[in-house]
Design a protein around this ligand. Structure first.
Ligand code: ADP
Ligand code: MG
Length: 681
């Protein structure tokens, strides 16, 4: 067995389980060893039954009688037995685990792990984990708790990892330059891999985590330093100075102070002779589109083409509508390029771009496809950047002969501690002002019992001429039945709840033509209620929509809820967001309540980070950087500083990472930033 051994060769892993593992990105032993636990359970102490703590714990006890199963009703069986250890005894109950009868033998000793509850002077254990004394693998030690997917249990995963750790923990090459481990007191890679999964004790876990987190932050810091260096070295094209008033005349509103400042900064960048690399960060609704339009206008005045990339087709189409209406009067020819165009339409757009007959191309990542060539691309705008990788940003830039100016728009308020690292190679403009006349969206949390009243509220909004979003979490394979499948739910709403209203639905699996038809019906006002998954999360702008209902709201993270809520409160009417959740878990209630209490995107992002940790917040490459597995952006600020310092030292001594001892590091950086072309050029 080595790092490339397929997980399919493990006992008990057939095609179905292999597929489930692949959903987590786990295909071979190496992947598995890099699948770090999200938490650990302390099963290291063994207590006597007489002295158990309140929390779940391990006890070593003998089974005093053969377990008996009784069948309570269809689908419910109880298997019970008594266990004893010298001084005390307890009753153990298993629900629907009849096989326990065969595995627990009278007279033999086992380690049980679970919560020991006390009823009077009786002690009870329900559904504990147990293992025979002397053969314990998952008890009597600190046990890893892994992020899971349907079909794969924690025990299964832990069992596989344990085997891999025993046989392969030492096989990863140590990529840190040798001197670094000493000067920053870092554990070896082998030690770190062993102890991040099955730590010897809590201190070992901390050492392992420090090493792995440091390594990630260090490599990231080196990579960002390369990107910055590359950017500082090039010349950009210089656009002529233009009177912004000519652009402002095109706008149907006067810009906010923040928009005006952003435009000034962009104008200064574009006339400076250096390539612009600017992030415009503004909360949902702060008016980033107008700022982007200004950039496109300047590019046109400068005689070059502009490409604007949006993360979804819905959003690309919407930008296309908005920007053509705004800019065509100024003689700017706007084109749309999205995946769902017919081949003949695509070809026409490609030709027009190559001939310079389109000045502004709005689209999805279709703008990146191989067939697309520009006559002279001078400005690249990406909207909602957190959806794109750093790599995609530069892939688009690569379509220009001279490095183009880059403008990135993002609505994700990145907690301040992170902004520097994540956007380390960008200048930042913050749009910290909303257009006038907005009233903050009022947000309420309701339980299932208020459903009828809530539907009444929907009707009221529609009767007043407004429109309503109803958001449902996407249904993923294997998830419970309580989730509202969009299609069925929309049908039910239309047929039984709102037979007199116009209800539409949209979700990610629809063909894009269908999606587009529904979206334009909604924005054109021919639908009253739009039932949707989170596909409307980013950017969609329908000012007449004033009510958003979010079903199973506890399923969403705070930042995502904030993005969703940003779809309402865009017009002149008071808007409302209703979170539907009957989840009574205290943490969930706290999260929902917090969300109701503020509309400040920064505060929400920081809370999100605090509550969920960066694993989720930064999951799915939201930030456009390689995913961090061990490092915690919120908590590891000090470690980040150390890592940045170390990166500085290493690069000062060997700027191109040419020395033999730095080769493995260079290779690692290259792999991590693989999408980003070759960052060493
Ligand atoms: P963002 O992309 O930042 O979330 P948008 O650019 O979609 O926000 O703008 C949100 C809404 O506000 C749009 O309907 C837009 O026309 C409007 N808007 C933008 N700037 C202004 C302004 N200065 N005054 C009034 N309305 C504005
Ligand atoms: Mg936007």
């Amino acid at each position: 067995m080595d790092l490339s051994t397929s997980l399919q060769t493990f006992p008990g892993i057939g095609p179905v389980k292999a597929k489930a593992l692949a959903r987590l990105g786990l295909e071979n032993v190496g992947d598995l060893l890099r699948w770090y636990p999200r938490d650990h359970e302390d099963r290291s102490q063994i207590y006597s039954l007489a002295e158990t703590p309140e929390e779940p714990c391990c006890v070593l006890a003998m089974v005093a009688e053969t377990p008996r199963t009784s069948y309570i009703r269809k689908g419910l069986s109880l298997t019970k037995c008594r266990i004893v250890d010298g001084a005390a005894q307890a009753e153990v109950t298993f629900f629907n685990q009849d096989y326990v009868r065969e595995s627990l033998r009278r007279g033999e000793s086992y380690i049980f792990y679970g919560r020991v509850e006390r009823f009077g002077n009786q002690k009870k254990l329900t559904n504990p984990v147990f293992e025979p004394e002397g053969k314990a693998r998952f008890t009597g030690r600190i046990m890893p708790v892994y992020p899971l997917t349907a079909g794969i249990s924690n025990n299964r995963l832990a069992g596989m990892v344990l085997r891999c750790v025993e046989e392969c923990a030492g096989l990863f090459p140590d990529e840190l330059p040798p001197g670094l481990r000493q000067s920053y007191t870092l554990a070896s890679e082998e030690y770190a891999i062993q102890n991040i999964h099955f730590p010897k004790d809590w201190e070992a876990l901390e050492l392992a985590r420090r090493r792995l987190a440091f390594e990630e932050l260090f490599i990231l810091s080196c990579g960002m330093a390369f990107l910055r260096k590359r950017r500082g070295a090039v010349e950009g094209r210089r656009f002529p100075q233009r009177e912004p008033g000519d652009f402002l005349k095109l706008l149907p509103f006067s810009p906010t102070g923040a928009q005006r400042r952003a435009m000034e900064e962009i104008a200064a960048d574009l006339t400076s002779g250096r390539p612009m690399n600017r992030l415009v960060q503004g909360d949902v609704g702060s008016g980033k589109t107008a700022v982007a339009a200004f950039g496109a206008w300047l590019a046109h005045e400068g005689g070059v083409q502009c490409a604007m990339m949006a993360p979804t087709e819905i959003l690309a189409r919407q930008h296309y509508e908005t920007l053509s209406a705004l800019l065509e009067p100024a003689g700017i020819r706007v084109g749309l390029l999205v995946g769902s165009l017919k081949p003949s339409e695509k070809k026409a757009v490609h030709q027009a771009l190559a001939r310079g007959e389109i000045d502004l191309a709005v689209g999805t990542h279709a703008l990146l496809s191989a067939g697309v060539a520009y006559q002279d691309l001078g400005l690249v705008i990406t909207d909602e950047q957190h959806r794109f990788g750093v790599g995609q940003r530069s892939a688009l830039s690569a379509k220009a002969e001279i490095p183009p100016h880059v403008l990135v728009m993002s609505a994700t308020p990145i907690p301040r501690t992170l902004a520097l690292l994540i956007y380390g190679d960008l200048d930042v403009t913050v749009l910290d002002e909303l257009p006038p006349g907005r009233t903050p969206v009022e947000t309420y949390l309701v339980g299932e019992d208020k459903r009828q009243r809530m539907y009444g509220f929907v009707r009221k909004h529609v009767m007043e001429g407004r429109q309503v979003y109803i958001i449902c979490p996407a249904v993923e394979e294997g998830e419970g039945m309580d989730l509202k499948a969009v299609t069925a739910y929309a049908k039910d709403l239309q047929e039984r709840v709102f037979p007199d209203l116009r209800v539409g639905f949209v979700h990610g699996k629809l063909k894009s033509g269908e999606k587009e038809a529904v979206m334009s019906a909604f924005s054109g006002g021919t639908l009253d209620v739009l039932v949707s998954t989170t596909v409307v999360e980013v950017g969609v702008d329908v000012p007449n929509a004033t009510l958003m209902i979010i079903e199973n709201a506890d399923r969403f993270g705070l930042s995502q809820l904030h993005q969703l809520r940003g779809r309402v409160g865009r017009g002149k009417w008071q808007s409302t967001c209703v979170l539907v959740s009957s989840n009574r878990a205290p943490e969930t209630r706290e999260r929902m309540k917090y969300f109701c209490s503020t509309t400040d995107g920064f505060k929400i992002a920081e809370k999100d980070l605090e509550l969920r940790g960066p694993g989720d917040f930064f999951g799915a490459r939201q930030h456009g950087l390689p995913t961090l597995k061990a490092a915690d952006f919120a908590g590891d600020t000090r470690l980040l500083k150390e890592a940045q310092q170390a990166a500085g030292e290493v690069l000062d001594a060997d700027p191109g990472l040419e020395k033999p001892e730095n080769r493995p590091l260079k290779e690692k950086i290259r792999r991590l930033f693989a999408e980003d072309g070759d960052i060493f050029n």
